[in-house]
Write a protein that binds this ligand. Structure first.
Ligand code: NI
Ligand code: MN
Length: 216
């Protein structure tokens, strides 16, 4: 599998079988003529995560998988949805998906309740991918390490609404992630971080023996 960071927390994953395409937290533009899309995952209702999921689902027929209340809301808006709750393992032709606890809130711009905010664990081909969504550092990450060997972790580092660099470095350790990709920073004013912070994150990962990704 391959992946691409589309900005903020949006990640596109291309499984080896090119019939499939996966999009997480699509607060981004997406051109379905360039990349196949079958599955969309939304970690929580906040607009910088639910983003364009409904429109992309309508345009492509891709299924949005989300926590029960978030999925219900999006279905009413016309998306094709699959409802899930914490810990439920959903099988896909490319692997499996599981929503895990995140410490955050979840509501749509009109105030509608989105259920619990979640982190996401995916197995795509033979790789384990953890996408933290929005969360603070939490002990559940240790459980992930106990149960899975995480190949790629997407961790928020912008602070204010989520972990910051310092805590994301601890999260990387708790998850035991081989490679860590920073997300949810610099995309709007409240979560701007200094260049030296970003550098500290990458150096911290390297010092832990993990690979970090060059920031875009
Ligand atoms: Ni949020
Ligand atoms: Mn967010």
């Amino acid at each position: 599998m391959k992946f691409k960071h589309l900005g903020h927390s949006a990640i596109y994953i291309a499984p080896d079988n090119t019939q499939y395409g996966i999009l997480i937290d699509p607060y981004c533009e997406f051109d379905p003529t360039k990349m196949p899309l079958t599955d969309i995952f939304v970690t929580h209702a906040h607009i910088d995560h639910s983003g364009n999921a409904v429109n992309i689902s309508k345009a492509t027929g891709a299924t949005v998988t989300a926590i029960f209340e978030t999925a219900n809301y999006m279905e009413k808006q016309g998306a094709k949805v699959q409802r899930v709750s914490m810990g439920g393992k959903l099988k896909f032709p490319w692997g499996f998906a599981k929503f895990l606890p995140a410490f955050h809130s979840s509501s749509f711009p009109d105030g509608s309740y989105g259920g619990s905010a979640a982190s996401l664990l995916l197995k795509v081909d033979d790789k384990i991918i953890y996408h933290a969504g929005d969360t603070c550092l939490n002990q559940e990450m240790k459980t992930v390490k106990e149960l899975y060997e995480v190949d790629y972790a997407f961790l928020p580092i912008g602070g204010v609404f989520t972990m910051d660099v310092e805590e994301a470095l601890i999260a990387a350790q708790w998850l035991g992630a081989k490679t860590v990709i920073p997300i949810h920073y610099n995309s709007f004013d409240a979560i701007k971080i200094e260049d030296k912070e970003l550098k500290r994150f990458e150096e911290g990962l390297l010092a832990q023996g993990r690979s970090g990704f060059a920031p875009e």
